[in-house]
Write a protein that binds this ligand. Structure first.
Ligand code: BGC
Length: 283
């Protein structure tokens, strides 16, 4: 029977000495996570795919927090670009302790109209991209080994999923399939690497105020319609996700692995059933 020995390091929510990589960090949820990790003490690789100016702005904000930042361009669906991004990150920071596989896209179409290009683009970034980035993370965590002075774990991987790993979404078959895939990728990887103290978890955001879903919240009518799906009656903010990410990346969650944390204001609670009791109350 093998056992991970008790680690004498006190549990800490701080991330000093734990360089992090966040994919898709130039906007939205990724940007908020990059800044949240920096506030908690981490230096951060700011991955972006198309907007260097936005990535540099995030890097400057991180530096203003007293941390180091490295913007790196890479399309996470391409293996050579992911390998080059890791090479740049490791030569700059020496190692990585936290990897947030966040980059994601939507290319919506009704099912019969969906092109193979739309399907492949979304699966490529959202699922294959998370596979490639998580694989390189595991390789680096293994190479480096545990550093007891910074964390109880050898490394932490966070996958960005969605409520749509659970909720079917007509008109978004590619996106929902990618998020369902992430759920099982995350759990299988978590099972495989837990014995070596690598933790793997996912966050499943609901509707968050970001550029990916602007039309779902940017008019009063759209916002009212959206609120019918959100029992907590407000849209999520990127910082709602960042706080969850910092917790999952820190030793505060040291005994948590293989879990999807839903941060969705109750979107997965079947809000249409909230009034169901009146039909089933005994007379
Ligand atoms: C999607 C958003 C959507 C939200 C809730 C997210 O994963 O990217 O476009 O608003 O799920 O449906």
């Amino acid at each position: 029977m093998t056992e991970n020995p008790p680690n004498p390091r006190p549990v800490s929510s701080r991330l000093e000495g734990q360089p992090a990589l966040v994919t898709g960090a130039s906007s939205g949820i990724g940007r908020a996570i990059a800044l949240g990790l920096a506030r908690a003490g981490a230096d951060v690789v700011v991955n972006y795919s198309s907007d260097p100016k936005a990535a540099e702005d995030v890097a400057h904000e991180i530096e203003a927090l007293g941390r180091r930042a490295l913007p790196v361009k890479a399309d996470v669906s391409k293996e050579d670009e992911v390998l080059a991004m890791y090479a740049a990150a490791l030569s700059h920071f020496g190692t990585l302790h936290i990897v947030v596989c966040n980059a994601g896209i939507q290319k919506d179409a009704s099912f019969a109209e969906m092109t193979l290009a739309q399907w492949n683009a979304v699966i490529g970034v959202n699922l294959t991209g998370q596979f490639l980035c998580a694989r390189e993370a595991v390789r680096e965590f293994r190479r480096r080994g545990v550093v007891q002075s910074v964390s109880r774990a050898k490394g932490k991987i966070l996958h960005m999923s969605s409520v749509h790993q659970e909720i079917p979404w007509a008109g978004h078959a590619n996106y929902a399939a990618s998020k369902g895939g992430i759920a099982m990728l995350m759990k299988t990887l978590a099972q495989e690497v837990a014995p070596e103290t690598i933790r793997v978890n996912a966050i499943a955001p609901g509707a968050i105020r970001t550029p990916i879903n602007t039309e779902a919240w940017n008019t009063p009518k759209a916002y009212d319609d959206l609120m019918k799906l959100v029992p907590y009656k407000r849209i999520g903010e990127p910082d709602d996700i960042a706080r969850a990410a910092v917790w999952l990346a820190s030793d505060d969650s040291d005994y948590v692995t293989g879990t999807t944390l839903f941060v969705d204001g109750g979107m997965t609670l079947y809000p249409d059933f909230a009034s169901g009791a009146r039909f089933s109350r005994p007379s």
